[in-house]
Design a protein around this ligand. Structure first.
Ligand code: PLP
Length: 410
């Protein structure tokens, strides 16, 4: 017999504090504020939640995830990703305590699986038949996989610049895909329009789907558990709109609420200089993040979100950074490619360029003395290198003799 989760779970508006049942909601119907989950924390048996081993991956934590009936869980085994110690990077920077959280080890190759698993399970629970998602690629691939598994229809809206391997993933899983010209914002608007018109679930992994970013909390729980119930000084996170960062923030806040930790990690968000609306808001000390209207071109397609029309998403992310006394930093295209190549060649970690920014950032932050050498830092490796080909021509020379081999590998 599968147990029903009995705790009362609600949605709460982060602006007007209005409370809602767990329905197909995007933003707050009263004030258009961002919605987040609320649990009866005082009734949660947190020792049970954090000691359980009866479920796979993120579903160990199902008491504090938005699913009400376990029968509806759609899973591919997401979560429980490795936390490994850096090797060469520690030596090169003269630090002993840098770790990589390999979110690239998730079932479809990116951390998006955590939120998508929760969201698709919720869509199933709400008896939805179609899910639409605007995505820079990874969330589309992930949503396509989980909807295939859950028996739901999936429509994905992606920008023309999306790497082909991500499109191939989504299409292989049977999703209906369309491209939109220009930046991600156009995809965002189309997904919103279609979901408003047809009543489809809008699964876009910004803050528009409150169930989705909730899944990202589990990264915080895992880091804390994998570090023997301790909190790192810094966590460096590649950021688009920032649900990953805010999710990690919420996870640590909950651990604090349960009395399990007594400090928060500094959360450090990283963007590409080509499209860095949250970094700009941070550096200019703005109260509210402004959309990025400059045209851009970047290799870091998974983290380039101009936020035009949903600037609040950037603001909520910036607030989390500030509350943890964290930092926002941007990298040049060259720094991103160097970090990608360094990770692959010196650490054996194949990360897509958007994910390697966490490593590029630590090199910069140590040089700027923003991270001290005795601190413990976790770099989140958000997505797999197989997601995006970065080599224009890597096909080797065809040979036939040992002489040829000797010539070729000298
Ligand atoms: C989506 C994504 C990000 C950014 O996450 P947000 O939650 O949108 O800020 C970073 N890296 C990769 C590989 C991604 O797919």
């Amino acid at each position: 017999m599968k147990e029903k989760v009995l705790l009362d779970k609600k949605l709460i508006c982060t602006k007007c504090r209005k409370i809602y049942e767990l329905k197909n909601l995007s933003k707050c119907p009263a004030c258009n504020g961002i919605l987040k989950m609320n649990y009866e924390y005082d009734k949660v048996d947190h020792e049970k939640v954090f000691n359980k081993n009866d479920c796979i991956g993120i579903w160990k934590y199902k008491d504090i995830l938005p699913i009400e009936d376990e029968e509806n869980i759609v899973t591919l085994g997401e979560g429980n990703t490795p936390l490994i110690k850096a090797n060469t990077l520690n030596k090169d920077l003269g630090i002993d305590n840098i770790y990589f959280k390999l979110e690239s080890a998730n079932p479809t190759g990116s951390f998006k699986d955590r939120g998508v698993a929760v969201m698709v399970s919720k869509a199933k629970e709400l008896k939805a038949d179609t899910v639409i998602i605007a995505s820079s690629g990874n969330a589309a691939a992930s949503t396509a996989a989980y909807t295939a598994r859950g028996g739901l229809k999936c429509v994905v809206c992606i920008p023309e610049s999306t790497p082909v391997s991500k499109i191939s993933q989504a299409v292989s899983h049977g999703a209906q895909a369309v491209c939109l010209e220009g930046a991600f914002t156009n995809c965002y608007n189309m997904a919103k329009l279609a979901s408003d018109t047809y009543g489809w679930i809008n699964a876009t992994t910004t803050f528009i789907n409150p169930y989705n970013y909730e899944g990202n909390k589990t990264i915080a729980y895992e880091i804390w558990q994998q570090m023997n119930r301790s909190v790192p000084d810094n966590i460096i996170i590649p950021v688009g709109a920032g649900p990953i960062l805010v999710g990690i923030y919420l996870g640590f806040l909950e651990l604090e609420k349960f009395g399990l930790i007594d400090k928060m990690p500094h959360l450090i968000g990283v963007q590409t200089e080509e499209c860095a609306p949250i970094v700009k808001g941070y550096e200019m000390e703005l109260e509210n993040v402004k959309g990025w209207s400059t045209k851009f071109k970047t290799i870091a397609t998974a983290i380039s979100d101009p936020l035009i029309g949903y600037e609040d998403d950037g603001t909520i992310t910036l607030e989390a950074v500030r509350k943890t006394k964290g930092h926002m930093i941007s990298l040049t295209e060259k720094e991103i490619m160097d970090a990608h190549s360094y990770l692959a060649k010196k650490e054996g970690v194949f990360a897509e360029p958007s994910s390697a920014v966490s490593v590029g950032a630590i090199q910069k932050l140590v040089n700027k003395k923003k991270i001290r050498k005795n601190e413990t830092t976790v770099c989140i490796i958000t997505g797999h290198g197989l997601k995006q080909n970065t080599l224009s021509n890597c096909r080797p020379k065809t040979i036939s003799t040992l002489e040829d081999l000797k010539e070729a590998v000298k």
